[in-house]
Design a protein around this ligand. Structure first.
Ligand code: ARG
Length: 462
């Protein structure tokens, strides 16, 4: 058979090899852009009508035809064809099938290169709006948990060694800060991507008297992109999104690591309800923290996706190259992964059971108020370095005796400095240590409550 039946087949002497068709199709994954593709095409058609390139009649047919196709796709009756390559040509071909010549006029003044750039920006924008809702659920859950555990003493760690007492609420507010930065990164990426690519056409613009600003307005873009060559080749917005998503997962992965440790009998700080855990097929006693483990594991995939996009772009000359089609699998995988991970965390956070007695016992065991004893001696006039040394000896003594420094008698403590008096106990108890850290951003229950109040006020304002 001679010729080629593709939408672009006019200059071809033979049809595409079946293997090449299978190799180059993208509809198996880009079909998920159908909503954005239809929205973009409807706006393009309306604009062509407004500037007089299409008749009002054709515009109405196109807009209604696309609406009917949208319904077909959502009903599952649309027949996707690999032979039609991608989402764009599948929908266009079906439109022509439904409405005839008007359908063939839709592609006037545009190219798939600016079409796919438009679809992708709309898609990432939609995704960001959905993720912001999930992030808020996670952040709100942390705020409530922080409030519930504002007074709960636990050891704070550096080098994963017990360092100083902190409140569990303070720790949850630390997690929340990470989420708030993630939120602002997404908002920032959304603002930067929200410019209309359509009109760049294949790479150089188009000969038709198009009105890009009108299309931008119809599609809710804040403006139009500046340079047609840059527009069809730019995937920075997808990379920025994947970078922001990677950081979200890096944060969730760090929380996961903590929850996994905390739910072991050695720590025993939290209990994850059974519905978030699974058992072992051989060891009957096991209850495994699979949800946090999977989040930690999936983080690797999402970081890999970011890397894939960076490497995808690094060798590309201007303007559009077919390489760009490969942006979608990593982008879509990132979207799916980050949204399911945020969803499970949103569900799991309010369900975390804190074992206050175990948290407290761990803080009491680890000499976590040693710094407070040193600070006490400094207040009595000892230089900090000397105080540090004296407390080091005190800790060694208590360790040998098998008790905490707060359990030593006054006589025992005074072996290490005669500056120590009865008032020392108010400083080296867990509560004494916590309450002494009483400034903006610190861990005392009072400051944690103040931070929660600020967060609630800021939420009301937003
Ligand atoms: N499926 C393509 C993509 O995802 C659409 C653009 C194709 N353009 C082209 N000149 N072949 O990038």
């Amino acid at each position: 058979m001679s010729g080629n039946q593709k939408l672009w087949g006019g200059r071809f002497a033979e049809s595409t090899s079946a293997l090449v068709e299978q190799f180059s199709e993208s509809v198996s994954f880009d079909a998920r852009l159908y909503r954005q593709d239809i929205r973009g095409s409807q706006a393009h058609a309306r604009m062509l009508g407004k500037v007089g390139v299409l008749s009002a009649q054709d515009v109405e047919k196109i807009v209604a035809g696309l609406e009917a196709i949208l319904a077909e796709i959502e009903a599952g009756t649309f027949e996707w064809s690999e032979k039609l390559e991608d989402v764009h040509m599948n929908i266009e071909a079906r439109l022509t099938e439904r409405i005839g010549d008007a359908g063939k006029r839709l592609h006037t003044g545009r190219s798939r290169n600016d079409q796919v750039a438009t679809d992708l920006r709309l898609y990432v924008r939609d995704v960001i709006d959905e993720l912001l809702i999930l992030i808020d659920r996670v952040a709100d859950g942390l705020l409530d948990l922080a409030e519930r555990e504002a007074e709960t003493v636990m050891p704070g760690f550096t080098h994963l060694q017990i360092a100083q007492p902190v409140t569990f609420g303070h720790h949850m507010l630390a997690w929340r800060e990470q989420m708030l930065r993630d939120r602002s990164r997404l908002v920032d990426a959304r603002r930067r991507l929200n410019l209309l690519p359509l009109g760049a056409a294949a790479l150089a613009g188009t000969v038709y008297p198009i009105d890009r600003h009108y299309v931008a307005e119809l599609l809710g873009f804040d403006g139009v992109t500046e340079n047609s060559l840059d527009t069809v080749s730019d995937r920075d917005f997808a990379i920025e999104f994947c970078a922001a998503a990677s950081l979200i997962l890096v944060h969730l992965s760090r929380w996961s690591e903590e929850l996994i440790l905390w739910s072991t009998p050695m720590f025993g700080f939290v209990n994850l309800p059974d519905r978030f855990c699974t058992g072992s097929s051989i060891m009957p006693q096991k209850k495994n923290p699979d949800v946090p483990e999977l989040v930690r594991g999936k983080t690797g995939r999402v970081i890999g996706n970011l890397n894939a996009l960076l490497v995808l772009m690094k060798g590309q000359p201007l303007a559009y190259n077919r390489d760009n089609q490969e942006d979608k699998p990593p982008l879509f995988d990132t979207v799916d992964t980050v949204s399911i991970c945020l969803s499970v965390y949103a569900e799991m956070i309010p369900a975390i059971e804190v074992r206050r007695d175990h948290c407290r016992a761990a803080a009491a065991k680890g000499f976590s108020t040693a710094t407070d004893l040193a600070d006490y001696l400094v207040r009595k006039g000892l230089p900090f370095r000397d105080a540090h040394h004296a407390v080091g000896s005190t800790v060694a003594f208590a360790q040998q005796k098998g008790c905490d420094i707060a359990e030593l008698s006054l006589a025992e403590l005074r072996q290490f400095s005669d500056l120590i008096g009865e008032d020392v106990y108010a400083c080296i108890t867990l509560e004494g240590s916590l309450n002494a850290r009483d400034h903006y951003g610190a861990t005392s229950p009072k400051q944690v409550r103040a931070a929660i109040a600020r967060a609630r006020a800021a939420k009301k304002e937003a």
